[in-house]
Design a protein around this ligand. Sequence first.
Ligand SMILES: [Zn+2]
Length: 158
Amino acid sequence: MTRMQENYELKGNRVARLNLEDIRFRAKRFGEILRIDRHTPAKIEQFVENLSQENICIDPVDDAEWCFVTDAICIPEDFTIRMPHSTFVKLCRGDRNAIGLLFHELGHLMLGHKAVLHSERSSPPTPEEDSELQADMFATFVMARMKLGEVGQLCFAF
Ligand SMILES: [Zn+2]
């Protein structure tokens, strides 16, 4: 099955192009530095604690005050990830989807998703420039490191 690149519709923001190997490399480095392995899901609270020592803040927001359409958001300028309190509780219990969500958001931070680099008039976007796909891939590589399988339905065809 081939995908027409000119028809590619971005799921997220358009960001600097990264190929699969770039993302795999960064996920590996991240996993090594934070000592992520198959035991991490069982001690995810400790992991979140370790993140704060790296100045990455996980900030639970009262569910009633959560006014975003997304399940979590990251604020790259502050190295902060916000999620509803109920999601944070699930995360601390080792819920697989919540863990996937956390590493997706960490992907946005670790892959440097800050600015939209291209104007509307520049060349058409490609999957390699999609912030959402990039973050999903980052999460998938880290999840594999924890033996937790894939996140969502990913297409690694490019
Ligand atoms: Zn995202």
